[in-house]
Ligand binder design. Structure first.
Ligand code: 8YV
Length: 311
């Protein structure tokens, strides 16, 4: 069998890029003039390797007449046109589960940091302010109410972590999750009214775009905290900035943004927000597990025509 021809849309780790290129014929889209590369190699490409960040558009799929599979790094596939792939019978794989713990850990870190103002307190000490003034009082986490939007595998991992903090948990989903011990709230607005912390762990994409708008933020209220480890598209970022600026929302812990890597200047100036550069899954252990799962999907597809974790 000839060596499969892969189009890699964007760079992952050095280790991954090197390993892939050792086993396959790899064309690195980001290293070339995309148009010229597609004109020259497009007809030879068997597999696309991409990520949640780099995605794969319908336009790209259309340029690859021989394409047989798309293997993606990351659990979210909102940047991949899965419908366009499906229409041509092209399976898509992602890397679920292996990142649940790290994303949930980070979500909980944001709950703690935003409420207790740890990052801000760290800046206070580093800037030499401690001898001059008292650090302002923050907000308690233990015993509070945690609302989760999207109780999938990551949402459930967040909920489990909260039991060590004696928190009450309720969630909003399209449907109740069978056998789950947390209260189901069919109304997102009612969940936001009830919650002290609203953590977003739902999928991105058209169905959840701007799910969190002015009304939900106002329901969460001046003492409420929003945590987003899902996708920036889920939140109406302009409404979020306004609610924080006007004191209609207490604070926000954000790992994802509408136009990454760009974060609105208004947010960067606000002390009541914690801002992270989309690092939910970014640990050595988890990124290695994600790389391995992508490669296992790729070889399972090439050997047996089946993916381990198709979307
Ligand atoms: C990664 C993610 O940052 O899994 C996802 O959907 O957003 C993150 O784990 C991403 O996959 C890197 O492109």
């Amino acid at each position: 069998m000839s060596i499969p021809c892969i189009l890699q849309v964007g760079p992952l780790t050095e280790r991954f890029n090197r390993g892939l290129a050792e086993d396959y014929e790899v064309h690195a889209l980001w290293e070339h003039d995309a148009e010229a590369l597609l004109a020259e190699q497009g007809e030879r490409i068997d597999i696309v390797v991409t990520s949640s960040r780099f995605g794969c558009s319908a336009g790209l799929i259309q340029r690859l007449p021989r394409l047989r599979a798309i293997c993606s790094f990351g659990v979210g596939y909102d940047a991949i046109d899965v419908e366009a792939a499906r229409a041509r019978g092209i399976p898509v794989s992602n890397t679920p589960d292996v990142l649940n713990d790290c994303v949930a850990d980070l979500a909980f870190g944001l709950v703690l940091d935003t409420a207790r103002q740890m990052s801000r307190a760290d800046r206070f000490v580093r800037e030499g302010a401690w001898p001059e003034q008292a650090f302002p009082l923050a907000r308690k986490v233990s015993g509070k109410r945690l609302g989760i939007v999207g109780l999938g595998r990551i949402g459930q991992a967040v909920a489990r972590r909260s039991s060590g903090f004696d928190m009450a948990v309720r969630y909003h989903n399209r449907r109740p999750v069978a056998g789950c011990p947390y209260g189901y709230e069919p109304s997102l607005l009612a969940l936001a009214h009830w919650a002290d912390f609203l953590v977003l762990t739902c999928v991105g994409g058209a169905d959840t775009r701007h799910l969190i708008g002015r009304d939900v933020l106002e329901a969460l209220g001046p003492e409420g905290i929003l945590v987003n480890v899902a996708r920036g598209s889920v939140v109406d970022e302009a409404a979020l900035v306004e609610a924080l600026r006007d004191g209609r929302l207490g604070g926000a812990g954000l790992d994802v943004f509408a136009h990454e890597p760009h974060v609105p200047a208004a947010l960067r100036e606000m002390p009541q927000v914690v801002l992270l550069p989309h690092i939910g899954s970014a640990t050595q252990e988890t990124r290695l597990a994600m790389e391995r799962l992508l490669l296992d999907n790729l070889s399972a597809f090439l050997e047996r025509g089946e993916m381990l974790t198709p979307v």
